[in-house]
Design a protein around this ligand. Sequence first.
Ligand code: 3PG
Ligand code: MG
Length: 457
Amino acid sequence: MKKSKNTNSASITAVFGAEISSGEFYFIINPDIQGTVPPFREEYIFSIFEFTFTYLKKTNMQTISTYDFAGKKALIRVDFNVPLNDNFEITDDTRIRAAIPTIKKIIEKGGSPIIMSHFGRPKSGPEDKFSMRHLVKHFSNLLGVDVKLAPDCIGEEVKAMAKALKPGEVLLLENLRFHKEEEKGDVEFSRQLAENGDCWVNDAFGTAHRAHASTAVMAQFFPNDKMFGYLIEGEIESLDKVLKNPTRPMTAIMGGAKVSSKITIIENMLDKVDNLIIGGGMTYTFVKANGGKIGNSICEDDYLEMALAIQKKAAEKGVKLYIATDVVAADDFSPEANTQPAPANNIPDGWQGLDAGPETIATFKNVIENSGTILWNGPVGVFEFDKFAVGSRAVAEAIAAATKKGAFSLIGGGDSVACINKFELADQVSYISTAGGALLEYLEGRVLPGVAAVLGE
Ligand code: 3PG
Ligand code: MG
C-alpha cells in the first residue's frame, strides 16, 4: 500500500516504462504526466535509478500507465488472501484496498477487469469456506462497482461470462486453488486461465514468491501484454529504495522469536546496513552465545555458533550491531505475569525476558531517530501483551519521528504491521508492505517468480 507522504517516489517512478530513442529519454511520470529529458546522460540515470535499469533494457515492457486497455479484458492476479472471523467477515481488508488503484485505473481506461486470486489453502477441490463469495460484497463496496462472481476460474461458462463483460464491468473468478493445478504451475491450466483475457496484470506481491499458474506460469501466454500493477510497482520501488539505494545511515530492525527463521535475511542485510538492531526472542540466543545467563528465556541452542559468526561478520563489515543490554523479565509467558527489570545477561532462574528494558530502548531510539533509511521486520518484545509492548511501541514511535525528519521507513511482515496498526502510527511511516513470505524472500535476496515472470527473466 503506497503512502504518498514522506516519499519521493515520483522521481523514481518517472522512468517506469521508459524508452530510449535517439539519445533521448522519453519518460512517463506515473501515472499521467509525460515529457522528454534530453540532457540526461545514461550513467547518470543508471546510477540514480539502479532498479529501473532493468526496465530501461526492456523497451517493450508494458505498464498500467502505457498500456491501452480500451475494450480489453484484463486478467488481474491479486492477493485477496485476507483473514476472516468465524462469521466470515473480513478482519483486515488491507490487501483488497491495496489492489483497488490498479483495478480503478483499468476501468478508467476502458478495460474490463477480471480479478483472480487464491484464498486460504483448500486441500482438494472447492470448499465453501474458501469461496470468493465471502469477499464479493466488501470488494464491490470498496471498488464502487457491483462485482460479478464466476462459478469457477476456468471452463466454458467462465469464458462466456468473461467474453460478455462490457467496459467497466468487473468479474471475480472463483478461488484459483480449487484446482490443484494452480499450485503445481500446470501449463495447460495456465492456458485455460489465459483464455479468459487479453492481457495479464500481476499485482499480487504477497504471492509473488510462489511459482504458481496464475502468478508466474501464465506469463508465457502474454509475451507482449503482461505488466505489473501499481501495488507490485510500489512494493518493489519501496523495497529497492531500502535495499539498493538507501539514504544513510541505513538501519534494519530485525525482531521475532527465532534466529533460524531470520538467519538468511540477517546475513543479506549485513551487506546493506550501517546499523542492525536485533530484538525480540532472538536476543537471548545472542546473549547466551556470549556467555550470558538468560534464565527461562527463549533460545535456540543450535544457533549459538551462528550468532557469534553473525557478530564477527558484522564487525568485519563495519556494521554496528545492537542487542538488548537490559530487559523486562517475567515469571511466566502470560499477560498477567509478574515482572522485574534485569540485565539481559543476568536474568534470574525461572524468569524470562519478554521485552526490551529502558536502557536498551534509549539506545534503539537514538539509532533509529538518526537514520536516513529504516527497515522494520519483527517486534522487539511480546507486543501482543500490553505489559510487554513498551519496547515495540518505542521502536514504532522512533520510526515515526525519523520519518517526520525525512527518513524513508518501510515496515513489513505481519507482526510489525500489526504493531504499527496497534499503535496507530501506520500513517506516520513511509511504506507498509502487504507481503509476508514474499517480503522475507525478497529481503533474503531471492528472485521472486511472480516478478521475474513479468520482467521476462
Ligand atoms: C500469504 O498470505 O502468505 C500469501 O497470500 C500466499 O499464501 P500461501 O502462503 O498460502 O502461499
Ligand atoms: Mg504465506
